[in-house]
Ligand binder design. Sequence first.
Ligand SMILES: *Cc1c(COP(=O)(O)O)cnc(C)c1O
Length: 437
Amino acid sequence: MMELINTISRERSAALFQEAKRYFPGGVNSPVRAFKSVSGPPLFIKEGQGCRITDEDDNVFLDFCCSWGPLILGHNNAAIREKVIETVQRGTSFGTPTRLGNELGQLILAHNPYVEKIRFVSSGTEAVMSAIRLARGATGRSKLLKFEGCYHGHVDSLMVKAGSGLATFGESTSAGIPAAFAQETLVLPLNQPELLEQVLQEHHQDLAAVIIEPIPANNGLLLQDRSFLQLLRERCTAHGVLLIFDEVISGFRVGFAGAAGYYDIQPDILTYGKIIWGGMPVGAYGASAELMSHIAPEGGVYQAGTLSANPVAMAAGYAALQQLVEPGFYEALDAKTQQFVAGIQSYCDERDYPVRIARAGSIFWMAFGRERIVSADQIDPASMEKFKHLHHELLQKGIYLGPSGYEVRFVSAAHTTADLEEARYAICEGLDTVFAT
Ligand SMILES: *Cc1c(COP(=O)(O)O)cnc(C)c1O
């Protein structure tokens, strides 16, 4: 690979990263932040305003990572900031119910017909862990079925990939997970109706739930046919297996009611995170009132949290979601993103660059190839060299993408049409450089 030349300074970020390595494994508190698959040290960000972030070397970037999805309103949204400050002045956590919690619960349930009752937790991972315990508790069964290419947080029994053979019990993808846990999980490729039916036929008596990201957005953007999701719904119902939609990314992103609303498919249990609290560390899971009655203290499925539904997160979430229920919010974001993505795609098509951009609402993903990609095995690992080059070029041009070619990109309401024009121009120029070498 050619040498990548830096025209921006990353001196202070580099020094801070050296220091951080003394404190944290790999210098980071979450692995993908380490810039392992792109060039140079990670950028240390000190400020975000609207759609722009500033690093410790005072470089400014148009941000398409948006904290990995939560910031659908951009950085430092005024209404969220003001509500948080007002709330913090009365204390940060009481470990009691609060009126703010009721207000947020009411707002969410009033605008999301797919959930009757909800429980607030403290991360997406915790939401998924709790959802699978609920599924197991409600059905009295233990096994799970997941799909290759979907990520559900760092939950033991879901950090699993397919073993040998097409539909088999999984092998863990992390050290430290007992084989017995991984064997509770079956793994299938996405978008394969026949395999799905086969596995449900064979295992339905042991299966508590099938879990899927209905808009798989953690390993590229693997948009499924609606017919596959519909079939999944029907077959789960027929076999008495619960269907969990992990909407930690898609929830409140492709519409207020997430992917369930986008496809109009009713799952049994839904999980949320990322957007739901306007940038605070929280998650949630929900289901019908009947299913949720299995949760303690109403029922026998135990799940608790010291900081669950703390008032600061509730305030931030309320201030954020109030803006999302405004009429036209998602339509405007969708139209803006559509135009932006179409501009890049037609630029590539005119030059015959092998680039294909997948999009769902304000989520997009650029693949270096020509085919439509619907399952994880279709992604060519060699194409990631192209992404690495593009990532580097774009940093020089003031565009920040999350540091991996497998990650999707997000447009926020704070990105104006002019910002997106600027980004489109830079991305097209970047692609010229990538394909010139
Ligand atoms: C991010 C994500 C998670 C994990 O959420 P955390 O808050 O990082 O624990 C789970 N599922 C999906 C689909 C996600 O995108």
